[in-house]
Each structure stands twice: as structure tokens, then as C-alpha cells.
Design a protein around this ligand. Structure first.
Ligand SMILES: Nc1ncnc2c1ncn2[C@@H]1O[C@H](COP(=O)(O)OP(=O)(O)OP(=O)(O)O)[C@@H](O)[C@H]1O
Length: 267
């Protein structure tokens, strides 16, 4: 796919439908020396699950932070559930949530206290019932009254997921949701995310370095490199275009600058 093909197939603000969960239009973020995000556009329909891939420093976290309204774009626009971010964030923050294993929750509070604080922030109705359901779904009951600081990495990740689901969000943004988990727990978290998306018709955008995870979970993949979108399509279509059988091989092609040659050879 040439740059022109990609530009014409990529949605822009003009075809943004009212049902879009996220619409990003010519988004740019420049820090002093760095163009962290360099003119990216995409639209995610509601109910979709999309993987945001890219090497270290590609711009994934900055993109997610702008979608959440936490980082101000240098230029361009973001709409979430039909509302402009960050100007109209008050209208949507209660309908979305975020999880990253790199953002710690208060260590001295117990799991139940943490979930209660976040549930109150989101004004969750029948909060104790919601916490009990999440504890059962995510297998937290054995340590729900233990301080967060005394949990293992895997337990903390499950608690962080419970926090992200406390308000039953329509839109879930995840930054490496299974980092530091053993394969069994990671698989269990992925199954839970799939089920949550299906049962709630939720939209999920996840940044990940785990290609198998993205292949398994995502119906679309956006690959970023140096702040730009290098490719954007269904995983199978991307693998076919690069003449590869795994996303891991595609990732290495993109990272090592073999993308064009391989794609040409695949035609
Ligand atoms: N607050 C900041 N100030 C200055 N530069 C920043 C800041 N945040 C990010 N950057 C730079 O912007 C670029 C994109 O960073 P970002 O964290 O978005 O990448 P990423 O794709 O999430 O990377 P990783 O996979 O390593 O988490 C990097 O070069 C980073 O150093």
C-alpha cells in the first residue's frame, strides 16, 4: 500500500460518523525536541477492538494520553464518543476508563478501599454490589482486604483491571494490559477483556508490545513509527501485505525499515 493509498483509505474528519467511539484527525504533539505524534488520523467504530503497535518511543502512550484529554495536542482534533477532547471531557470521562500497569494505585489502601475511592469518583451506583461482582469476575476475593502494596504484580494487574471496569466503561483504553503477567494470567486477562467487550458492546484500544495478544484480540491494528501511522488494517490483511504469517515478523520488518521492500515483494 502506498502513502497515497493509505491516505485515501484512512478515515478523516469528513467521514466521522456519530457512532464513532474515537475520531482522531491530523493529531500532532510536539515536545521541545520531539515530534512525539506527527499528523495521525483514524476513526474507531463503537464495539471495535484495536491494537496500537509500535516500538519504544513510537508515540502510543502520547496518543492515548491525548485521547483521554490528559495531554494537549499541539494541533489536530480528538473526539471521544462524539465529544471534543479535552474541551468536552466532562461529558465523557464517566463513560470511559484507562488501565496501565505502570500507573500505581495507592499502596496503603486495601483493594476494596481503592475500588471504593475510584467507584465514588465515577459516581457508580450500588457500588458495593459492583465491587463484589468485579471481585468475583476477576478473582480478587482472596486478597480484597489486603493493602495494594502487598500484592504480587499479577494480582495488582487484576486489581487495576477491576478499577478500569468499575464504571462499566463504553470505551476502555489499555496501555500494555498484560505486561509482567505470567502466560496463564495474561491469557486469562485477555479472555476477560474479550468477554467484557462482547457483553457490553464496548470499544477497546490497547497499546501492546505483545504481538500474539494483538493477533488474538484485535480486529484492527494501527502500527506507529516515529509518531506516524505506518499501517492500519485488519491483522490478517497486514500480514498478507507484508507476506508474513505473524505480526511479530511484520513488527520487525517495520522496525528495521524493511516495510516497503517486503510489501512490494508481496504484491
Ligand atoms: N512529557 C514528555 N516530554 C518530552 N518528551 C516526551 C514526553 N513524553 C513522551 N516524550 C517523547 O515522545 C516520544 C513518544 O513517546 P511515547 O511514550 O508516546 O511512546 P510509546 O510508543 O508509548 O513508547 P513505549 O513503547 O516505550 O512506551 C518519545 O520520543 C518520548 O521520549
Amino acid at each position: 500500500m502506498t502513502e497515497n493509498d493509505k491516505a485515501s483509505s484512512r478515515p478523516t474528519v469528513a467521514d466521522r460518523s456519530p457512532s464513532a467511539a474515537i475520531a482522531v484527525d491530523h493529531l500532532v504533539k510536539v515536545y521541545k525536541q520531539t515530534r512525539a505524534v506527527d499528523d495521525i488520523s483514524f476513526t474507531l467504530p463503537r464495539g471495535s477492538i484495536t491494537g496500537l503497535l509500535g516500538g519504544n518511543g513510537a508515540g502510543k502512550t502520547t496518543t492515548i494520553a491525548m485521547i483521554m484529554g490528559l495531554v494537549l495536542p499541539t494541533s489536530g482534533r480528538v473526539q471521544v464518543l462524539g465529544h471534543r477532547m479535552p474541551e468536552e471531557s466532562a461529558a465523557v470521562l464517566g463513560r470511559m476508563n484507562f488501565e496501565s500497569p505502570y500507573v500505581d494505585m495507592p499502596m496503603r489502601l486495601t483493594v476494596r478501599q481503592n475500588l471504593t475511592v475510584f467507584g465514588k469518583l465515577y459516581a457508580v451506583k450500588n457500588l458495593s454490589d459492583r465491587i463484589a461482582k468485579l471481585a468475583a469476575d476477576l478473582d480478587l476475593t482472596d486478597f480484597i482486604d489486603r493493602a495494594n502494596g502487598k500484592l504480587s504484580a499479577g494480582q495488582k494487574t487484576r486489581v487495576a483491571l477491576a478499577k478500569a471496569l468499575i464504571n462499566q466503561p463504553e470505551l476502555l483504553l489499555l496501555d500494555e494490559p498484560t505486561a509482567s503477567l505470567d502466560p496463564d494470567t495474561a491469557d486469562w486477562v485477555r479472555a476477560h477483556l474479550e468477554r467484557y467487550r462482547r457483553d457490553n458492546d464496548a470499544t477497546i484500544l490497547l497499546a501492546s508490545h505483545n504481538m500474539l495478544e494483538v493477533e488474538r484480540l484485535c480486529d484492527r491494528v494501527i502500527i506507529m513509527k516515529r509518531g506516524r501511522i505506518e499501517d492500519d488494517d485488519a491483522p490478517e490483511a497486514i500480514m498478507a501485505r507484508y507476506n508474513r504469517t505473524t505480526l511479530e515478523e511484520v513488527f520487525l520488518d517495520v522496525a528495521r525499515g524493511r516495510a516497503n521492500g517486503t510489501k512490494e515483494a508481496a504484491r
